[in-house]
Design a protein around this ligand. Structure first.
Ligand code: FAD
Length: 519
């Protein structure tokens, strides 16, 4: 999977595509996999790097959503639980089964949440991850050694999925490419083209690396731009009403001592009526999230002071060791592409279901939903797109389609487990050049071979691509990532045949982005 191969596929493509997908997050790449595996001819264009938008900024849960159960949205929960099961089956190297404990400080909490979580188990049916049960105080402390002990009565344990969002996304890009899709990062779509009947028949985009503009024709254009969906909808028809209600959520990352052990904490009711998670992730503790309506989506959102305070204060209620700003290793923000509803007065209450909208000009927009349900969203979207484009009917192939790197016992590979069957190839790079086997920072496990691998085989083009989305350095420890930037730039410059001024520009640009992750 190289960018030059993708640009050649694009240049050599005869006639119109069956489908062009705009947006390279979970939704767009999911659509590209679905369409290509049915045998449609598909091009995906991403303005920045794959996953630069919301899809790198999730809570890293593959879940049915306990909260939606409480809201009575049974069909959404059942669909998501089924998708959780399918993803675990198709990408076992990237999804793991994690225990979550809801700690109880009131007599009614354990029976109440115990019952709700039993329903969660039942809804999962054959896709279940494990049976929930009520825990004694001692069992709770055993699982959560860092929990606040004052007033603790016990808890309830249940099981859900956890993943690494952009590692999965990169493996999905590879899967789509293997199925025949053409996918290009750093290729913003700037306009839509229309035929004589005013029907959309293609896009104008440019290659941000060469500056060359190109026009690509297609039978259907799919808008999978997430929180940015209304921008493209307005390009198609300036009079459309917006459908996205963007809402920001942030996470704070701490060292492992805040959530030691292998169990996550789930707080079902924070003071603003949301759930809060404290999760062990890549040997760190990830705590979040918030739900703050924002006027518009931006590509690099920044955590707001009141959100940071809210997470620190809420975490302090449940953790024996109270986290402070000085303990924060990384603070990252993301924007939910929630679909507007006229009768909802806060974004936490808005539906997490997905929406497919086809406007008068034939632009198909797929938005909303969540990471967990990307496969189902893609199936619905491609069904609609095939009808819209008068394409031959072909059935969905993704229920049992293995994601690139599929491997069942990948934990044996240590921190390289996220590469699945590619881990062996990364190791070969380390063996061939021991300089590439050295850790790039003492606080993070990443080695030089991963930079080389990402640049050669995973379409990483910039230092940020490697530090934020191929490895997760920026999201785990922003200061460490800043320290790693010169070494990453050096290795990438060698691979990409770039000079000193490229390196300097890359480091400057990464520093500018990363400083927002440091408190
Ligand atoms: C704080 C938070 C926590 C979450 N946690 C979870 C969770 O634990 N589990 C879960 O299942 N879901 C979770 N979600 C939801 C999930 O992350 C999103 O639903 C999903 O990532 C949306 O993916 P997307 O592809 O629709 O959008 P995005 O990932 O934003 O992708 C859209 C892409 O379109 C590109 N784009 C925009 N305009 C153009 C253009 N003109 N040309 C080309 N490209 C363009 C953007 O650069 C972007 O990369 C969470 C969301 C948030 C915000």
């Amino acid at each position: 999977m190289t960018r030059s191969e993708m640009t050649s596929r694009l240049a050599d493509h005869p006639g119109p595509w069956d489908m062009i997908v705009v947006g390279g997050g979970a939704t767009g790449v999911g659509v590209a996999i679905d369409a290509a595996s049915r045998g449609y001819d598909v091009l995906l264009l991403e303005q920045s790097d794959f996953g630069k938008g919301t899809s790198s900024r999730s809570t890293k849960l593959v879940h049915g959503g306990v909260r939606y159960l409480e809201q009575g949205n049974i069909s959404l929960v059942m669909e998501a639980l089924k998708e959780r099961g399918l993803l675990f089956q198709n990408a076992p190297h990237l999804v793991r089964n994690l225990g979550f404990v809801v700690p109880s400080y009131d007599w009614w909490q354990a029976p109440f949440y115990g019952l709700g979580l039993k329903v969660y188990n039942v809804l999962a049916g054959k896709y279940g991850f494990g049976t929930s049960r009520i825990l004694s105080r001692e069992e709770t402390l055993d699982r959560l050694p860092s929990i606040e002990t004052e007033g603790l009565r016990g808890g309830v344990i249940y099981y859900d999925g956890q993943f690494d969002d952009t590692r999965l996304l990169i493996h999905m890009v590879a899967t789509a490419a293997e199925q025949g899709a053409t996918l290009l990062n750093y290729a913003p779509v700037t306009a839509l083209t229309k035929d004589a009947d005013d029907f959309i028949d293609g896009v104008i985009a440019h290659d941000a690396e060469t500056g060359v503009e190109f026009c690509a024709k297609s039978k259907v254009v799919i808008n999978a731009t997430g929180a940015f969906s209304d921008n493209l909808r307005r390009q198609a028809d300036p009079s459309v009403k917006p459908i996205i209600a963007p809402s920001q959520g942030i996470h704070l990352v701490f060292d492992r001592s805040f959530v030691p052990g292998d169990t996550a904490i789930m707080v079902p009711h924070t003071s603003d009526g949301r759930v809060m998670f404290a999760i062990p992730w890549h040997n760190h503790a990830l705590v979040g999230t918030t739900d703050t309506p924002v006027p518009a989506a931006v590509l690099e959102p920044v955590a707001m002071e009141h959100e940071i305070d809210f997470i620190l204060n809420t975490a302090a209620l449940y953790l024996a060791k109270k986290p402070t700003r000085d303990d924060v290793l990384s603070a990252f923000a993301g924007v939910r592409p929630l679909v507007k509803s006229s009768d909802a007065n806060n974004t936490a209450a808005l539906s997490r279901d997905h929406t497919i909208d086809i406007d008068q000009s034939g632009l198909l927009t797929i938005c909303g939903g969540k990471w967990t349900t990307y496969r189902r969203m893609a199936e619905d979207c491609v069904n609609q797109a095939a009808m819209l484009g008068h394409l031959p009917e072909k059935s969905c192939q993704t229920q049992h389609l293995k994601i690139h790197g599929f491997r069942t016992n990948s934990e044996e590979a240590g921190h390289l487990y996220v590469y699945g069957s590619d881990a062996e190839k990364v190791r070969e790079l380390m063996k061939a050049d021991p300089g590439l086997a050295a850790q790039m920072h003492p606080d993070l496990p990443y080695v030089g071979a991963e930079v080389v691998w990402a640049t050669r085989h995973e379409m990483a083009r910039r230092v940020e691509d490697v530090l934020a989305r191929r490895t997760r350095a920026l999201f785990l420890n922003a200061r460490a990532a800043l320290n790693m930037a010169p070494r990453v730039a050096e290795l990438m410059a060698h691979e990409l045949n770039q000079n000193e001024s490229w390196k300097a520009r890359q480091i400057r640009s990464f520093n500018e982005t990363a400083r927002h992750y440091v408190l």
